[in-house]
Ligand binder design. Structure first.
Ligand code: DUC
Ligand code: ZN
Ligand code: ZN
Length: 473
């Protein structure tokens, strides 16, 4: 038997996977888990995790980093600051978006995004594509080729003038997903209803940030969710509805599941912890900080989202981190100006707070089992986007991406976070836990106090085909 010690052994962990919670030691060599069990031999380094929960590192399967924006807007986080924040919040893999601009080839969008990421990421990453211009060449050559190369998921939009596809285009793109086994993610909001409501609101001077929520009521999400499901049913292809915000969309997804359709669903922290009131109860511009789409709803809808997490309606829990500063000229105040709600860049930061919010209020709040937490935040996103079992579990052969949890009071303040955004929507909230240590590829990137850049930097991952089936609701 070889006497070479392991690089690292984590002792007496309370190991949590999507299927079990059990006590074990975890041995790591060359960035991978090599043994999980009892009585494991010594490591060059050892960490005593007695009594502490150890989960797989988080997979944040929906975040926006350094995505090209129309001038003067610019995302505050690039692959350096965004993945630094992710690591300090327990996330070890991110999947942001290589976004095609209309008129641009998909390949050019991917090449550009690789340039933005290269040498900057501290944790592993891959890309979803955003298909905004499904030309004949995109449909017949570029998209199939990219799927073949390991870009096996893409997002399509039913809203936003510069991104949205019409129903015929959606059918075309879904057909490519079906033919080549890709996962299609859909942003479901009815663009014409939003445009009509926005015009009405602005014509009577209702331009403050809070009217963003009035311009995107639940009905517009419900209708688009229904339509997305029908289009996918017509093509006979699985889809994943992203950032589901409340009851009416949930009902559509339940209906689809009950009819045996492969409809997956994602939700995000903002739909559990924020409401439309966070966009303002008066016309103050502060509410711009919580302008995102779909908008946060109300307390009753938060309960519906919690129930969907508990009962298996939701497949994945992502941040939808979309980082814009409140101050300066590139974020929520374009050119330094307070603008109409329809001109405020959409999105809120959340890449670092995603896991701790759900662990604290879900697991320690008694709503979610540890297994469910792991499934939603790590295992299922890894399966949905073809990264499992390299990512998303604690097992021999998997990457040594782990979180050791500290339980105790943790107050969220923006100065404790590691993103480049100048606020957090969760300022002042007291949580019951925070990652005490994050290991990425076997290296400590967060020790509970300080961030440590990973020597080899994060690696780009090519993805396999999705390996998930939606349960019948
Ligand atoms: N909505 C999106 O669809 N993407 C980024 C942020 C947001 O609010
Ligand atoms: Zn979206
Ligand atoms: Zn998004």
């Amino acid at each position: 038997m070889s006497s070479t010690p392991f690089d690292l052994v984590i002792r007496q962990a309370r190991v949590a996977t999507a299927s079990d919670v059990f006590e074990a030691d975890i041995a790591i060599t060359d960035g991978r888990i090599v043994q999980v069990g009892h009585g494991i031999a010594g490591g060059v380094r050892e960490i005593d995790a007695r009594g502490r929960v150890v989960t797989p590192g988080g997979v944040d399967a929906h975040c926006h980093l350094d995505q090209p924006m129309p001038s003067p807007m610019r995302m505050a986080d690039d692959f350096d600051t965004g993945t630094r924040a992710a690591a300090c919040g327990g996330t070890t893999t991110v999947i942001p978006f290589a976004a095609q601009e209309k008129g641009q080839s998909l390949r050019a969008a991917v090449d550009d995004y690789h340039r933005r990421a290269k040498g900057k990421a501290h944790i592993d990453y891959t890309f979803h594509l955003i298909v905004s211009d499904p030309t004949e060449d995109v449909l017949t050559r570029e998209l199939p080729e990219l799927i073949q190369e390991g870009y096996t998921s893409f997002k399509i939009y039913m809203t936003y003038d510069d991104l949205k596809l019409d129903d015929g285009q959606i059918l075309d793109v879904l057909s490519v997903a079906r033919a080549h086994g890709a996962m299609a993610m859909i942003h479901a909001e009815n663009a014409d209803c939003i445009a009509w409501l926005t015009k009405k609101l602005e014509s009577v001077g209702r331009t403050a940030p809070r009217f963003h929520a009035h311009s995107r009521p639940m009905l517009v999400e419900r209708e688009a969710t229904h339509r997305a499901i029908a289009l996918a049913e017509l093509v006979d292809v699985p889809i994943l509805i992203v950032h589901v915000s409340g009851r009416e969309a949930v009902e559509q997804i339940r209906w689809a599941r009950a009819h045996g359709l492969q409809v997956f669903a994602e939700t995000c922290p903002q739909y559990l912890f924020l409401t439309a009131e966070d966009l303002g109860i008066d016309d103050s511009y502060q509410g711009a900080s919580c302008v995102c789409s779909p908008p946060p709803r109300d307390k009753k809808n938060q309960e519906v989202i919690w129930n969907g997490l508990i009962d298996g309606l939701f497949t994945v829990f992502s941040s939808d981190h979309a980082p814009f500063c409140m101050d300066g000229t590139e974020g929520k105040r374009p050119d330094g100006q307070e603008v109409k709600f329809s001109h405020i860049p959409n999105g809120i930061p959340g890449i670092e707070t995603r896991l701790a919010l759900l662990y604290s209020e879900g697991v320690l709040g008694g709503r979610l089992t540890l297994e469910k937490f792991v499934e939603l935040t790590s295992t299922n996103p890894a399966k949905a986007y073809g990264l499992h079992p390299r990512k998303g579990t604690i097992a021999p052969g998997s990457d040594a991406d782990l979180v050791i949890w500290d339980e105790g009071e943790f107050k969220i303040t923006n100065d404790r976070l590691h993103h480049a955004v100048d606020y957090t929507p969760y300022e002042g909230m007291t949580l019951k836990a925070w990652p005490g240590l994050t290991l990425a590829g076997g290296e400590v990137v967060w020790d509970g106090r300080d961030f440590h850049a990973r020597s080899g930097q994060g690696r780009f991952l090519t993805c396999g085909k999705p390996t998930l089936r939606a349960p019948r609701a």
